[in-house]
Design a protein around this ligand. Sequence first.
Ligand code: THU
Length: 161
Amino acid sequence: MNEKKYEFEYEVYDDISQLDEQDAWLLNEARAVTEQAYAPYSKFHVGAVAMMENGEVVAGTNQENASYPVGICAERVLLGTVANLYPNVPVKTIAISYNGDEVKSDHPISPCGMCRQALLEYETRLKNPIRLILGGMEGKVYIIKTASLLLPFAFTSDELI
Ligand code: THU
């Protein structure tokens, strides 16, 4: 028997003021775009904003539905938009923030399992790591070098060939 360990490094900042100018700007965009979320059921408004390799900026927000499972997370709305607006342009960084009517937005949230799978596929597809900046409307900020770190033992297209 061999015991193996999976661990990864990420950066922790006390708040947005410790980020460099570009990262702080992107996180502020993600905070602002939470206003565009359609989340009347969960009242949990998520904003995701991508800085593309070509300097363009693309936003996504969660879009819910009265038929609950139809709702889509901000991250996957964002990736779909990116793929259509700028096909073949890698995503450099995605900032993700949230604002809730019923919860405090004072710590980072991280993408759900389904979004981790989608982010990983986008990294593989464009052969480019996607850096994540995670933070609430206030409080600590995490920076993760590549989204794939969040999904060890991922199921990928390698299995299908
Ligand atoms: N949600 C996102 O948009 N992204 C996440 O990373 C976590 C959850 C959305 C889905 C749903 O509309 C609401 O937040 C509550 O789960």
